[in-house]
Design a binder for this molecule. Sequence first.
Ligand code: HEM
Length: 390
Amino acid sequence: MKLTFKNRINKKSYIFSFIDSHLIHYPTPINLTYAWSFGSLAGICLVIQILSGILLATHYIPDIRYAFNSIQFIMRDAPNGWLIRYIHANGASMFFIVVYSHICRGLYYGSYIKPRHWIWCSGVVLLLLMMGTAFTGYVLPWGQMSFWGATVITSMVTVIPIAGQYIAEWLWGGYVIREPTIRRFFVVHYLLPFIIAGVTIIHLALLHKEGSNNPLGSDFNGDILPFYPYFAIKDIFAFACFSLFFGFFVFYYPNYLNHPDNLIRADSLKTPAHIVPEWYFLPFYTILRVIPHKTGGILAMFGSIVILLTIPFTNKSKIRNTTFRPIFKLFFWLLVIDFLVLIWVGQQDMGIQIYQKIGVVATFYYFSFFICLPIIGYVETFFLKTLMKK
Ligand code: HEM
């Protein structure tokens, strides 16, 4: 077949119609608020992390002898290296702020409820992949926290009966964290963002199959607008505001979210006074530490993330928007406060009893929320039916 201009256009028309139906004419509920911009912001964060990460990789050396120095070189000598590094390091925190807000939005507006349950589940997979990426990335500067954080976390696999020690050695590439460990962490850290990008496409395909939820939580087919220009403009404005917030950290407090001990080269003979992970891991770290049993703590820590997968299936309420669910609303806001308390306790010295106690209460509430979810739904539905009969 002769490749005429018309044929070429026809071939390209698949791509055009794909872009058109998913980005331009995607039918969007008219009443979406800025809470719906966190999804696009998360996508932008991913792009920023991938681009800045590739630039950093042009100077970074994944070798325990040179890793720390290569970071110093990036910060002092590489052209604009300091800027790229601060964007990447603070970008990770921004990504988590955006994604935690995105999850909160989903929880508040019942976006996890059928038919969007698989969108929610693919989101939890994204969260786990993000955590893996952040963890492997934090090891690369080869500071004290990098080394000791990696030691604590990778040693957790030793609780697996029989195979545990073998798995740990396989992860490390030796008997301790050494040369092969940092190289394989670098490979995984480089690879995971592209897997996240792939899963994000699945996440969006699932979203576009079902259509977006809306602040009322109603299943309405009318009152929709094309995504472009109405919501594209809204997302661009959200991005402008987000850039100011991001820029404030990059230019004024670039090390505020970093631990000062990570500015010291890793030393396997000097354990830091407190081993603390990045702030976004603190809630899960608290759960790990308040449980006195080692295996129990590790299971509870992983369980606290995986439990998010259960809520689309355990929820018993048909009402999506929390504004119309008075009992759930109380539980929801307590969960938000509880999550902040878990972050705060995570940085404290657990040797002090009061922090230990607060941590236990906060952990207890965290799991209670998910266990009580079906009961809250039943109770609310029961009251609603009784009121309607009257
Ligand atoms: C790399 C991380 C993520 C990216 C890039 C991402 C991206 C997006 C985008 C662009 C949207 C559409 C806009 C919006 O509704 O906000 C969306 C919707 C959604 N996301 Fe995510 N997301 C991520 C992580 C998550 C996580 C961790 C969860 C939950 C555990 C989640 C759950 C959802 C749900 C339920 C919707 C549908 C929202 C609705 O229609 O109300 N996402 N996501």
